[in-house]
Design a protein around this ligand. Structure first.
Ligand SMILES: [Ca+2]
Ligand SMILES: [Ca+2]
Length: 333
């Protein structure tokens, strides 16, 4: 009566000064969702009320300076059919902790009456850390405040920041199993007047393909000064692998795109796009756009370590060691 509930488990940790770190620690299935800080939603995926569920957490990384504020487990008396309940288990970081820490947790959810009596998941989170916006020209996607926005119908089901491996987050756009046209759009990039604009990133993709018929795919586009987006291939060759099939409702049917599998998939590979001085003195945005046809899903597109050279602003966030000296003192930003 409970299959799948482990997939809805998430944990959040707090910094030394009590800031909530609103990371969502995704699972291998790429399932993500928005959760409240310091809580672990536990879902009953079946039609019968579930009683007496135990959630217990153990710390599997070094425990120096890290402790449970209260208990390491919580008991949920009942969970209604097809609904979820949050279990709160707070973890404290000692005020003398130095450096950015890497916390790894093992979470076990148990219920004797469930089909699977016990489900375990591993989670990782940085601790003693502050997330500072607008300080970098590189986005490693490790900051929860990564300033990209997902646009288009169903974008919230397609684009998410996910944990590909412990302590390595990426942007990930799913190859959706229905017609879709969504983008992950950058913040403003203010291009300088002399140096070339060079955009580089690591990526890997796997889009629906049958032989040489490419049903789903992705493109990179750029907009200047708030104008319409155009394909980046008008300025620099991104190495698209084929043309999207016309006739199965892909909104970009007939356009060249990243299709099929990237070289070395699923390992990420570096792509560098030198746009020269075509945008000197202008404010541009780029977007990663995925378009899918009427049926059949595949993996999708993972993007990491986006670096933008030749700009005069600092559009991206970075993680730094927690800067607060005292617990409970409001911080000035
Ligand atoms: Ca990363
Ligand atoms: Ca498809």
């Amino acid at each position: 009566m409970s299959e799948g509930w482990g997939d809805f488990l998430a944990l959040h940790t707090i910094a030394r000064d009590g800031d909530n770190l609103n990371g969502t620690f995704g699972l291998a299935t790429y399932s993500t969702s928005a959760f409240d800080p310091n809580s672990a939603p536990v879902m009953n995926g079946g039609p019968v009320e579930m009683r007496n569920v135990t959630v217990s957490v153990s710390i599997t990384s070094p425990t120096s300076g890290v402790s449970f504020k209260h208990d390491s487990s919580d008991r949920i008396s009942r969970i209604a059919p097809f609904s979820s309940v949050e279990a709160a288990i707070e973890i404290e970081v000692d005020r003398n902790f130095t450096g950015i820490g890497q916390l790894q947790l093992s979470v076990r959810v148990s219920n004797d009456a469930a089909c699977e009596a016990s489900v375990s998941r591993q989670f990782s989170a940085r601790i003693n850390v502050d997330d500072v916006p607008n300080v970098s020209t590189v986005d490693t996607v490790e900051s929860p405040s990564s300033p990209w926005t997902a646009t288009g119908a169903d974008a919230d089901q397609i684009w998410a920041r996910v944990e590909l491996a412990p302590f390595n987050n990426v942007w990930f756009g799913r190859d959706f199993g229905a017609a879709s046209d969504t983008s992950l759009e950058s913040p403003d990039l203010r291009v300088g007047t002399t140096a070339p604009l060079v955009i580089a990133f690591d990526h890997a993709f796997g889009f629906e393909v049958d032989g040489t018929t490419f049903f789903d795919g992705g493109v990179i586009e750029i907009s200047r000064n708030g104008g319409p987006f155009e394909d980046i291939s008008a300025i620099v060759d991104p190495g698209y692998g084929g043309t999207l099939f016309i006739g199965s409702d892909n909104p970009l049917g007939g356009r060249r795109a990243f299709v099929g599998r990237s070289a070395g998939f699923p390992a990420l590979g570096r792509l560098t796009l030198n746009l020269g001085t075509a945008f000197a003195g202008q404010t541009v945005r780029i977007r990663f756009r995925i378009a899918t046809d009427a049926a059949a899903a595949d993996t999708g597109w993972a993007i990491d370590n986006v670096s933008v050279q030749g700009i005069t602003n600092l559009p991206f966030s970075a993680l730094v060691e927690d800067r607060a000296k005292c617990r409970g003192v409001p911080k000035k930003r």
